[in-house]
Design a protein around this ligand. Structure first.
Ligand code: WQD
Length: 326
């Protein structure tokens, strides 16, 4: 069975492609290479360069490769940028998805896995976030992910498309150094960057209502996340017409200060962090209940924070050899 992975040349996408191939599934990648890297892909996976706004090219690739399912990862994903450029985010993440769903419907593709985000919850204010926790996104990025879920589920109800919306929590780590995230827009690479500059890592606020005053998040290894996509794809093909919305997290919270302590231990640096003012829009705690994905897919995260930081650091040192200390 052939899956079309949009955004498959991205950090997460390349891991999903490899997991699908390792599971014996066929794969074709559709990516505009705006942030994707073609070299991330295995040689036996075709890459079609294009935008999800190009309905004609999408219909052509869906039919040419007899695509039986789509994993849609192509999107803009920087919260801060979405606040400055909301129309770009709504065009790429919502209109791009609408055009893709139109092509999927016309080509009668039966299965659709959608990359959603914990950002749909905004500031949940609960110990553990379940899929029933009210969604109140705090950024245009989070809004586009929630609107995307509405589009996907409505299309499923109207056409019989089987759908899975996967709400990613904080993704980190890499299967191998050359697949590491090259962006520096999340905690772990931002701390790496400071350590490499011999500057103190920053804690954006330590006056939150949490045990150590710093924000708590649910970090998930990208390899576990990729495996969740394979499990979702298999669940949809096993029971057509299914409609799943699932958190993808470990169900355990780790604070910013704890993460920085782990990073210092893994990297051999011992630079005390500098506390700066809060970053606007940061919730104190966002930690998943992972009960539903376990019940529906039999999936559970296998990697811990140590695995994530160690593999992310190996990827960082590959691109910044001057950073290696030990
Ligand atoms: C984590 C925590 C910061 C850097 C992410 C992604 C978003 C979405 C949801 C997928 C926060 C703190 C950070 C630093 C710090 N994922 N921090 N010092 O904001 O939880 O959202 O997950 O869709 O794409 O952005 O992740 O890594 O930006 O921050 O103190 O130098 O670390 O305040 O509490 P966030 P993040």
């Amino acid at each position: 069975m052939t899956w079309l992975i949009t955004g498959g040349a991205g950090y997460i996408g390349a891991h999903v492609v490899r997991a699908l191939r390792a599971a014996g599934e066929g794969a074709v990648v559709y990516d505009d290479l705006s942030t994707g890297i073609a070299e991330r892909l295995p040689d036996d996976v075709p890459l079609v360069v294009g935008s999800t706004l190009d309905g004609r090219r999408l219909r052509e690739v869906l039919t040419r490769h007899t695509v039986a399912g789509v994993v849609h990862l192509a999107a803009k994903k920087q919260v801060g940028e979405s606040i400055d450029r909301p129309l770009l985010y709504y065009r790429e993440n919502v209109e791009g998805l609408r055009v893709l769903l139109e092509a999927v419907t016309e080509a009668r593709v039966p299965h659709f896995v959608f990359s959603s985000s914990a950002a749909v919850y905004g500031m949940p204010g609960t110990e553990l976030v379940t899929e029933e926790t009210p969604c109140a996104p705090m950024s245009p990025y989070g809004e586009t992910k929630l609107a995307g879920e509405w589009l996907v589920r409505a299309t499923g109800r109207a056409t019989g498309l089987s759908t899975a919306c996967l709400r990613y929590f904080n993704v980190a780590g890499a299967a191998r150094p050359e697949l590491a995230d090259v962006g520096v827009s999340n905690l772990i690479p931002m701390v790496f960057e400071k350590l490499t500059e011999n500057a103190p890592p920053r804690i954006f606020g330590d006056d939150y209502p949490t045990p150590d005053g710093t924000c708590v998040r649910d970090y998930i290894h990208v390899v576990d996340l990729a495996d969740a996509h394979v499990a979702a794809a298999r669940a949809l093909t096993a029971s057509p017409g299914r409609d799943l919305t699932l958190n993808v997290g470990r169900g355990e919270g780790v604070s910013v200060r704890e993460m920085i302590d782990h990073i210092n231990a893994v990297t051999g640096y011992a630079r005390p962090p500098l506390t700066t003012p809060r970053r606007p829009g940061d919730p104190a705690r966002v930690v998943a209940s992972a009960d539903r994905i376990a019940a529906e897919l039999g999936w559970k995260a296998r990697h811990d924070v140590q695995d994530m930081i160690t593999s992310a650091w190996e990827g960082w040192v590959r691109l910044h050899p001057e950073a290696a200390r030990v």
